[in-house]
Design a protein around this ligand. Sequence first.
Ligand code: SF4
Ligand code: SF4
Length: 594
Amino acid sequence: MGRIAILLADRCHPKECQWECQNYCPPVRMGQECIVESKETGKPIISETLCIGCGICVHKCPFDAIKILNTPTADEAEIVHRYGYNGFRLYRLPLPPTKGITGLLGPNGTGKSTALRVLAGTEVPNLGRWDVPPTWEAVVQHYRGTAFAAHFQRIQRGELRSVVKPQYVDRLAEEPQTLAEYVGASGGDPRDLLAQVGLATKGDRRLTELSGGELQLGAIARTLGTDADLYLFDEPSSYLDIVHRLAVARILRRLGERKSVVVVEHDLALLDYLADQAHLVYGEEAAFGVISHPIAMRSAVNTYLTGYLRDENVRFRTEPVRFISHPPKPPARRNVAVAFDALDKRFDRFHLTVGAGELARGETVGIVGPNATGKTTFVRMLAGAETPSAGTPPPGVTVSYKPQYLKVTQPASLRERIETLQSDPTFDARLLERELVPGLHLDGVLDVALPDLSGGELQRAAVALCLARPATLYLLDEPSAYLDSDERMAMARLLRRQIERSGATALVVDHDVYFLDLGCDELMVFRSVRPDGSEGRGDGPFPMREGMNRLLKDVQVTFRRDPETLRPRINREDSVLDREQRAAGEYYYEPLDR
Ligand code: SF4
Ligand code: SF4
């Protein structure tokens, strides 16, 4: 156990505070130079040797800019990279075998993307010596005699060919190229690559015209087209529906049969299905990350859910995550909040029909199905933002809506936003401050300008603001995007609890099976009626068993239960269990008589 002091430089504003960190620090008051001002940055430098770990500076800093942490492992020799004296540090690396798929599983902000860049050879690790320019020579020397030696020697000699699929694919939408030009830059045949990911007809579209899912598939196609030894995929499932997630998983599994592949992924069911082994990453966001030794895939997810890494005697979750293998019992009495007619919407090239349905008070209803089947159009019709061609949206429904793509238009911080909304009678600032901000772990970013938040932080802030508007119906489009697995599970539970408590109803469009399992009471299922995608159909809500069976029958996937944690696991195609479950029509839950 060692102590580290982290200064979050973007939150430290030494001209706007009284230097409380330094003024209240006990060693400083005893005349020791525990906190001094940096001549270069004008910000504090905290001595980890002199610090006694009292935590006073952490509480006194008005901008929450300091973290003093005890790390389970603080062996300086294991530091791979350190961003400055009081900066983030990454301990250990994953070692990809020459063939097969290795997963990286852990919270956001714990160094997974840094690890990918180091493995790819695009970032030279400084081995903790942040004040000396790093070199590959030093890295090779450091890892001499270890399993990493050959890998870094290949990088040093320029012999390792690697490619990274970037995390934030929506940024590609700023590029002026067509999809075929972007994919063709990999050196592969764009027509063949786009056909592999199901975008054969979209090659001449500009990147600016594509949806998030199409950009993701384009980025995957370009990565696949690159002739490399090491393929690194940073969050390949973002924006993809369940059909495309499975299709991408199958493509990556085929790639893993002949190449070395590393995947960072937060959809646990997907990672479990596609990877052979995984390294868990634990630590503290923006402070430090430790990469575990490799663990066989099934044990890796189970260890992650139980929260105790036996090998290293580290507990990173106080309560294990539990699943139930049987569907939840439907309530004895349903109190209908919103009843909607059959709705019909015709566009030039798309026709949507939705069967009549009822949404009950206090229930969270998942909306599932492939992209481009009309889920968002349905949500917009209920919200009154789209007029149906036939059928009438339910009258008198007040709606609070969290869109799929988040755009920040104001430079304000979340705290400033809340202050402005205090006087808004259509907003519950108390609920936001007391329940949603702590429940979604937003306390630490209240003073950060919204444009500076990470994708996951912005998503949590948007969900909090949406839930703080009193309404009959909450519509949340892909609330799990950019969240790590822990944040997804925490949000699923908070959402369900909050909706139950308020007696409102929530409709949630999402593709993460664990999120839906933990967060939803019922499901609406959307599907494409015609092979050319010109007609979509939505039905429900259905109880969870029926909803999951309808969805998974459409996408031809069955799940079994892990005996230890009861978590759902995707069956291998055409395995004995897969065939048995299809024959019984039980795609997700255990049969009731078991
Ligand atoms: S860490 Fe906090 S208290 Fe210290 S200088 Fe920075 S903003 Fe001020
Ligand atoms: S935690 Fe360390 S740096 Fe902070 S006030 Fe206490 S002794 Fe000083």
